[in-house]
Design a protein. Structure first.
Length: 170
């Protein structure tokens, strides 16, 4: 499905939201599928937040590749990185007994960027485990603050209508 979209729009760069949704629901175009899962997903605000964090924090708001194959690879690598960060957040959430949305995606991504080369270059498994435990300690510190109350919504300011001509001076 995605190759068909990329081939038909080879001159234009496809939007990240379109490709991501098509990749997530790749098997759902079979004849027996009624589309209820896609409808539920579109209503879910968490999915929208995930797409925003994919685009913003992983710099996918502007794809740099020009060929359809490289665009697909760029999206695959970004989704791998996103899933790695979310997996680390889930491990930290299980340890802390919190829900995963309480952790900052950007802070955890920065911690992973710091510790990943150190863990990859560890001399042995014991040192790698120590570095992983240290990384998980810092991930545990990357909690978002608890909001005590709902923020009040202020009325929007109304801008005055501009005049076509300056006001008359008397």
């Amino acid at each position: 499905m995605i190759t068909h979209v990329l081939e038909t729009q080879a001159a234009q760069k496809p939007s990240i939201a379109e490709i991501t949704l098509r990749r997530q629901f790749r098997g759902f175009d079979s004849p027996g599928f009624n589309g209820a899962a896609i409808d539920r997903s579109r209503k879910c605000t968490a999915t929208q937040a995930d797409l925003c964090s994919l685009k913003d924090t992983l710099q996918l708001d502007q794809l740099t590749s020009t060929t359809p194959e490289m665009v697909a690879k760029e999206i695959d690598v970004a989704m791998l990185a996103y899933n790695l960060v979310r997996a680390v957040i889930c491990v930290a959430a299980q340890k802390a007994g919190l829900e995963p949305r309480r952790f900052s995606f950007t802070r955890v991504r920065n911690i992973l960027n710091t510790f990943a080369p150190l863990i990859a270059n560890a001399r042995d498994g014991k040192q790698a485990q120590q570095l992983f435990d240290k990384m998980m300690y810092y991930v545990g510190q990357a909690k978002l603050p608890q909001r005590k109350r709902k923020r009040p919504s202020y009325p929007r300011a109304v801008w005055p209508k501009p005049y076509k001509y300056p006001k008359r001076k008397e």
